[in-house]
Design a protein around this ligand. Structure first.
Ligand SMILES: [Zn+2]
Ligand SMILES: [Zn+2]
Length: 162
């Protein structure tokens, strides 16, 4: 669920990320800033190669477009800074999430095609926090992945059987 954020929020977020890059001694080149801006616009799960293609389709000003190595390096940096988190590792495939534009949500994973579907369920969060409290835990975070077969793959399987 991409959370569309306002222009002001986007600007604030860009500044904040720029600051934390600077504070850690990393360069904030124009290409890097552009990449972060694209990442905010993208707003959903991404695999780095998909992001590279998506950016290439949009970036008109050829000079300062983030190159593939810039995308890879910057995503790694953002991961170190806690803005990006790998949510799925499957073989060679890593799916990342850009955290600042997301609310608390969960994933349904299709074990046949690898599709990842997001859903929100605040009641789960409340329940998990309640359990942690009951057990005397200070709550930090939780992770839930529901595995199954997506409707498209189910249909394909049915067609094969008939
Ligand atoms: Zn599937
Ligand atoms: Zn997600």
């Amino acid at each position: 669920m991409p959370n569309p954020i306002s222009r002001e929020e986007k600007q604030k977020l860009l500044e904040e990320i720029k600051e934390s890059l600077k504070n850690r001694g990393f360069k904030t080149t124009e290409a890097r800033q552009k990449l972060i801006s694209y990442l905010i616009d993208y707003g959903r799960h991404f695999e780095i190669e998909d992001l590279v293609v998506w950016i290439r389709e949009r970036c008109r000003d050829y000079k300062n477009c983030p190159s593939r190595p810039t995308v890879y390096r910057t995503v790694k940096l953002l991961e170190e800074l806690g803005y990006v988190k790998p949510v799925l590792k499957q073989g060679n495939r890593t799916v990342y999430e850009f955290l600042p534009v997301k609310g608390e949500h969960y994933h349904l994973l299709c074990l046949s095609c690898g599709k990842l579907v997001e859903f929100e369920a605040p009641q789960i969060g409340d329940m998990v926090k309640g359990i942690a409290q009951r057990e005397g835990f200070k709550y930090l975070h939780h992770h839930l992945e529901v595995c199954g077969i997506c409707p498209e793959c189910l249909q394909k399987e049915e067609r094969k059987e008939n």
